[in-house]
Design a protein around this ligand. Structure first.
Ligand code: HEC
Length: 409
């Protein structure tokens, strides 16, 4: 696709995606909070009243009641919450399509797989739609009747998906893929269970049947799943900014620790009204997760086979400066791949060609706007003043060591 079009889609859809996501997740967190904070009314006061709550906001007190609804007293203006979720999914899917699926090479790890770009895109779609079907089936089946059995099987399958995608996708795409799979389950839960159950419920009320609290049970369990997925999904959607984590060799275990820890944190936050040690436990979970991640990060073997300590040090600088946030192994929409750049002829935006030698690499990093690679926006920040001489030399040693990976460039 034309770079300009991709840029427009990127700007518009990303903005809409984030705003819709904030509205959706914000609603979800607020409703769970309200549910947990409802006070039960005194007995016999009003049999239809399930709970009530007072909230100070905007210069007044919101008095909120949760109550049984009767067919003859359905409020004229009854608010539903669904478009926040659908918009988040739709805009996210367009973004994924424009930025990654349109060039499947951006998903793959060229050092681990010889899959074609189209196969990469196909695998991503398979996970997104297949993941939902499998998840939904588990919770519809007898297995899903037991909460713990359903949970264990779901988490095991999720871990399996992380390892499977981790063996062919690059780190950045892996985190995004798992986030997109979980996000799709969340949106599909809203569409196929939560909203469809609300339709059923309203129909039965209008048909004069009594408010059946059990009808919302399945919808409620799906909304609980969504609730626990929010923190991990938000983290994974932001993960393009965390190259230190996704670029690690042990990225899959790191990913699993992040998902489990954030679910545990959410659980502890929900327990705070009846568990005194909730805050200390959250710090405990975070400390444990940080320790595990630190251990896993140390397992990162340096790609270098020359045994040159400068290359290893250079890779550390590359990770620390988050160069990988833009430069992935495969040439992406954002930035060119750096594998095999050293010693090659580069075509610049003005049509001239230049040999990528030490001077060129150094200049690309210190004055990126001086020689812009053809086909890319001049969006690389300058690292002048951020790298010491020693770090620069190590970084160059590392860039020189990157040989062209098959299918990389
Ligand atoms: C915000 C995104 C971004 C970050 C972060 C970034 N770059 Fe770049 N880089 C680009 C883009 C876009 C280009 C291509 C346009 C240009 O030449 O300026 C580029 C070009 C380059 C080139 C020239 C590549 C070629 O094919 O000739 C080198 C070398 C390079 N970057 C190294 C680095 C290093 C090393 C770091 C970390 C210290 C880094 N970049 C961080 C976006 C980024």
């Amino acid at each position: 696709m034309e770079t300009v079009w991709i840029e427009w889609i990127n700007v518009l859809f990303r903005f809409a995606h984030v705003v819709a996501g904030i509205m959706w997740i914000g609603n979800s967190l607020l409703f769970t909070w309200m549910e947990l904070n409802l006070t039960k009314p005194e007995k016999d006061r009003d049999p239809d009243l399930l709970g009530e709550l007072d909230m100070l906001h905007g210069g007044g007190v919101f008095h909120l009641e949760k109550r049984i609804l009767h067919g003859n007293a359905i409020p004229e203006r009854l608010h539903w919450f669904k478009w926040q979720s659908y918009t988040t999914w739709l805009t996210g899917f367009v973004l994924l399509g424009a930025l990654f699926l349109s060039n499947g090479a951006t998903l793959l790890d060229a050092t681990k797989t010889h899959l074609e770009p189209l196969q990469g895109a196909g695998l991503s779609l398979l996970g997104i739609f297949g993941g939902w079907l499998v998840y939904d089936l588990i919770w519809r089946s007898p297995l899903g009747k037991s909460r713990s059995a359903g949970l264990i099987v779901s988490l095991l399958l999720l871990a399996g998906a992380c390892f499977a995608y981790g063996s062919v996708f690059n780190g950045r795409a892996l985190f995004l893929q798992i986030g997109a799979m979980m996000g799709t389950c969340m949106s599909a839960n809203v569409f196929f269970h939560i909203i469809s159950n609300q339709h059923k419920f309203m129909r039965s009320l209008r048909a004069g049947q009594a408010h059946d609290l059990s009808l919302g049970k399945r919808a409620k369990s799906r909304s609980l799943h969504n609730h626990y997925m929010t923190f991990p999904v938000v983290f994974l959607m932001l993960s393009a900014h965390f190259p230190g984590l996704y670029a690690a060799d042990w990225k899959v275990p790191i990913l699993l620790v992040v998902i489990l820890a954030l679910m545990a944190v959410k659980h502890l936050m929900n327990m705070r009204y009846h568990f005194k040690g909730w805050l200390a436990s959250i710090f405990g979970v975070l400390a444990l997760a940080a320790t595990l991640i630190a251990v896993f990060l140390n397992q990162t073997a340096v790609a270098d086979t020359t045994g040159d300590p400068a290359v290893a040090a250079g890779q550390k600088v590359f990770n620390a400066m988050a160069c990988g946030a833009c430069h992935m192994q495969a040439a992406g929409q954002i930035a060119p791949a750096l594998d095999g750049v050293y010693g090659s002829m580069q075509v610049l935006a003005d049509g001239s060609t230049v040999l990528a030698d030490d001077d060129y690499l150094r200049r690309s990093i210190l004055e990126p706007q001086a020689q812009v690679v053809k086909g890319y926006a001049p969006s690389m920040p300058s690292f002048a003043g951020r790298l010491g001489e020693r770090e620069m030399d190590d970084l160059l040693a590392y860039l020189r060591s990157l040989r062209g990976a098959p299918g990389g460039k």
